[in-house]
Every structure is written in structure tokens, then in C-alpha cells.
Design a protein around this ligand. Structure first.
Ligand SMILES: NC(=O)c1ccc[n+]([C@@H]2O[C@H](COP(=O)([O-])OP(=O)(O)OC[C@H]3O[C@@H](n4cnc5c(N)ncnc54)[C@H](O)[C@@H]3O)[C@@H](O)[C@H]2O)c1
Length: 248
């Protein structure tokens, strides 16, 4: 299927690693000119080596001033933007109950996972409105719908991100800007390896998807091929959440 993306432009946050990097490479392979945003300059340069003529901005997505500058100069250099993919994210505390979690750690998770997306989207929206066919994809998680013990800030932040996407799609109804979220279960990236430990991936007792699997979902949502899909979430969890607790 021709995704009809050749010659379009996209801005990707969290592009230095994992899902963001795989998405950047997949979009670039479809002929999309990409702007790569992340706080990790060294890893970002590595991602850029796999993309033709990428725009690169080192930015902390929680800092409004940095975001404003990075987004406006990226849009200017790209000559407009047709898609935004928000992948920047952190796990925060893992294995802690809420009485063990500091306000600082709680706020840090929401600052990156939710406020970061808000800041980027608020800044980029005028440019997206100017595109004849624009798409926003937010990287949520299956943790928006099901919870692992000890990850309350992450799970709550991902549920907030799903609802941010839904709300934005409603606000933008009747425009040419669509907004969707992707909610994968465990993806083999530095984030999940950091949370679960390298040993968990040796012969995993759970199903694992690759960053490239997730990038495929993102590309479909970015493509005009999915033009009727708006305000929803692709939950890619190998069917885990469909299963009832009823022992039949
Ligand atoms: N790995 C998984 O199992 C999994 C599953 C579901 C959803 N997700 C989500 O997918 C997204 C990408 O995760 P990943 O697994 O590729 O993680 P990753 O750690 O490999 O990549 C995350 C990237 O975000 C960047 N980042 C973090 N804070 C930032 C900030 N303040 N400003 C700018 N950049 C920042 C990091 O530098 C890194 O490059 C995240 O939102 C994550 O929550 C991951």
C-alpha cells in the first residue's frame, strides 16, 4: 500500500531512542522530511544519520521557551508540517506505591508525558492547520487501560494523554487535522529494558513488540489512508486486554 506520504513533513519528539527513532526512520524511508526533537543530543545525531536531510533540535519538551523555539524554527526549516508524533516519555517510579512516591517524581512524569505533549501541540497547531491533511499521533501505552503494580504516575499520565488526544480531536473537528493515540504493550526499547532489567528480555515470559512494529501503526495513522480514523486509540497488546477474568 502506498501510504501517500512522499514529500510530506513530520516533527517527532523523543526521536533519539526507541519508538521515536524507529518512527523517524520509517517516516524518512517513506520520503517524509523529518524534524527530530529530543533532549539527548548525541543519540539524536545518531537518529539523524538514518534520515535524509533531517532537521535536528535538542530540546527539553517540559520547557515552554525551548519548545517554542525548537518547534517554530523546525517548522520554518521544513517549510510547514503535516504530522506530529509525540514519543518523548519517561517511566518515572517503578515498583512504588503512591505513599512512597514524592510529589517531585509524580510531577516529573506528568511534565514529560502530558505537559510536554501539550506544549508541543499548542505551539505546532497553527502550522498543522495550514496543512491540507494533518495528523497528530500521541504515544500513550496500554498502561492507559490496564495497570501494572507500582507504576501509578506512568499509568495515570498515559490515561491523561489518551484523553488529551480525544479532546484535541473534538476541538479540531471540521478541520483537516486528525488526532489519534497508539497504546502499545511492552516494546523492546531502552525504557522497558531499564524498567524490567535486561534479564527479562532473554527469554521473555511475555509477548514483546519491536519499535518498528509500533512505527508501522504510527505511519498508518499519519497517512491519509487512515483519514476516517480520528479521536481514537490503536491498542496494540496482542489481545491481552480483551480477555475476561472469567475462567472459561
Ligand atoms: N517501551 C515500551 O514498552 C513502551 C510501551 C508503551 C508506550 N511507550 C511509550 O512510547 C514512548 C517512547 O518510549 P520508548 O520506549 O521509545 O522510550 P526511550 O526511553 O527509548 O525513548 C524516549 C525518548 O524520550 C526522550 N525524552 C525523555 N524526556 C524528555 C524531555 N523532557 N524532553 C525531550 N526528550 C525527552 C528521551 O531522551 C528518549 O530519547 C514513551 O512515551 C513511552 O511511554 C513505551
Amino acid at each position: 500500500m502506498d501510504l501517500q506520504l512522499t514529500g510530506t513533513t513530520a516533527l517527532i519528539t523523543g526521536a533519539a531512542s526507541g519508538i521515536g527513532r524507529a518512527t523517524a526512520h520509517a517516516l524518512a524511508a517513506e520520503g517524509v522530511r523529518v524534524a527530530l526533537l529530543d533532549r539527548d543530543a548525541v543519540a539524536l545525531a545518531e537518529t539523524a544519520r538514518g534520515c535524509d536531510d533531517a532537521v535536528v533540535r535538542v530540546v527539553d519538551v517540559t520547557d515552554e521557551t525551548q519548545v517554542a523555539l525548537a518547534v517554530s524554527t523546525s517548522v520554518e526549516e521544513l517549510g510547514g508540517v503535516d504530522a506530529v508524533v509525540c514519543c518523548a516519555g519517561i517511566s518515572g517510579p517503578v515498583g512504588s506505591t503512591i505513599e512512597q512516591i514524592s510529589l517531585h517524581d509524580w510531577n516529573a512524569v506528568f511534565a514529560v508525558n502530558v505537559t510536554g505533549a501539550f506544549l508541543v501541540l499548542a505551539q505546532v497547531l497553527p502550522a498543522l492547520r495550514a496543512s491540507p491533511s494533518a495528523s497528530v499521533v500521541l504515544l500513550a501505552s496500554d498502561s492507559a487501560f490496564v495497570s501494572s503494580p507500582g507504576m501509578a504516575p506512568y499509568c495515570a499520565s498515559k490515561a491523561a494523554l489518551v484523553q488529551l488526544g480525544r479532546s484535541l480531536s473534538v476541538d479540531l473537528a471540521g478541520t483537516d487535522v486528525r488526532v489519534n493515540t497508539v497504546a502499545p504493550s511492552i516494546v523492546d526499547t531502552p525504557m522497558s529494558r531499564g524498567d524490567l532489567g535486561e534479564h527479562a528480555f532473554v527469554s521473555p515470559a511475555f509477548e514483546v513488540q519491536t519499535p518498528e512494529d509500533v512505527a508501522s501503526h504510527v505511519l498508518y495513522l499519519v497517512s491519509p489512508r487512515s483519514r476516517a480514523i480520528n479521536g481514537t486509540t490503536i491498542l496494540s497488546d496482542f489481545g491481552y486486554s480483551a480477555r475476561s477474568g472469567f475462567p472459561a
